[in-house]
Design a protein around this ligand. Structure first.
Ligand code: FMN
Length: 320
């Protein structure tokens, strides 16, 4: 069975990509992921704050922006060394990840990532805008400028991982492509803080996803798929082969996996791959390209299912 997939102009042997996370911190584990069938890996992010270190948050801050600041501090040199190690260990593409939100500090580091052998860069715009003086278009203008700067600095492809919290995702995705993005990762998954009612504090919590989170991604993959010329990756809620198949039907070129791998280990990739192969075999399909986007907004028999009409329909059809 041929699971070969094109993503960001790279030829991948399978659509299963290890998503940005600590999963590839250990090159030995990264090798196990490759052996289990990963088509590419995304490294954990290198944070903008690591390039322009800020003073640690004041002790009086109730909810510091970076509570475990020291935990993710790999120096720029350390990140580049780790990238080189992964390149020596793996034969599949290694995608470096940059995480930040404003133009200006990325360009040089992106170039160094390219020199260190990165096959592509994934830019993650993780931001929580709390300042009411900042308008939505300022946020997006800064994103587009950042993408433009990075794209102009390197020759390797660039993916942009966006959040679902934009007013017009379709317009933004098209604008990101025009600014130089070769692909869009749908979506970033924010970690929501919880409130401890005993100690009366807000605490960061890290919860792994489940398949319910996929539905938001399916809708937007389906909407974006006919609009974009570049690649689409699904990130969030892929836990079984059926989830991966749905994402590809909606229009994803690849599916990124994190929670499922953290929960079950690298060998779960083999199960996902076999499930996909079996489903394809039963339908006489020989490669993912034959069904990619088959249920996107333009090709699905009932496009209303992805639109406002679905909301009205669901509310009217269900008796409580
Ligand atoms: C422990 C952990 C670390 C993560 N680190 C990063 C990161 O460094 N950069 C990034 O873009 N996303 C990071 N993510 C988000 C994942 O790449 C992914 O988008 C998210 O977990 C949704 O996918 P999933 O449902 O397969 O877990 C991390 C997720 C987890 C659980």
């Amino acid at each position: 069975m041929n699971l070969t997939t094109s993503y960001l102009g790279l030829r991948l042997r399978s659509p299963f990509v290890v998503g940005a996370s600590p999963l590839c911190d250990d090159p030995h584990q990264a090798r196990q992921l490759e052996d289990a069938g990963a088509g590419a890996v995304v490294m954990r992010s290198f944070f903008e704050e690591q390039l322009e270190p800020r003073p640690p948050p004041a002790a009086s801050d109730a909810a510091p922006a970076f509570p475990e600041y020291a935990d993710y501090q790999l120096s720029p040199a350390g990140y580049l060394r780790h990238l080189e190690n992964l390149k020596e260990t793996l034969t599949i593409p290694v995608i470096a990840s940059l995480n930040g939100h404003q133009p200006g500090v990325w360009t040089e580091f992106a170039r160094l990532l390219e020199q260190a052998g990165a096959d592509a860069i994934e830019l993650n715009f993780y931001q929580v805008v709390t300042d009411p003086a900042i308008a939505a278009d300022q946020v997006e203008t800064a994103m587009l400028a950042t993408v433009g700067e990075v794209a102009a600095a390197v020759r390797i492809p660039l993916a942009v991982k966006i959040s679902p919290f934009h007013s017009s995702i379709a317009q933004l995705a098209v604008a990101l492509e025009l600014a130089g993005a070769d692909g869009i990762v749908v979506f970033n998954r924010f970690f929501q803080p919880d409130i401890d009612i005993e100690d009366l504090v807000a605490r960061p919590v890290l919860q792994l996803s489940d398949s319910a989170e996929l539905l938001l991604r399916l809708r937007w993959l389906a909407i974006l798929s006919p609009q974009l010329r570049g690649s689409l990756a699904a990130s969030g809620g892929i836990h079984g082969s059926a989830d991966a198949i749905k994402a590809v039907l909606a229009g994803a070129d690849v599916v990124q996996l994190v929670s499922v791998l953290l929960r079950h280990g690298p060998h779960v990739l083999t199960t996902l791959r076999r499930g996909l192969e079996l489903w394809m075999q039963q339908r006489g399909l020989t490669e993912p390209g034959e069904f990619r986007g088959r249920l996107n907004l333009a090709r699905c028999p009932d496009p209303g299912a992805y639109e406002r009409a679905n909301y009205i329909r669901v509310l009217h059809s269900r008796r409580f």
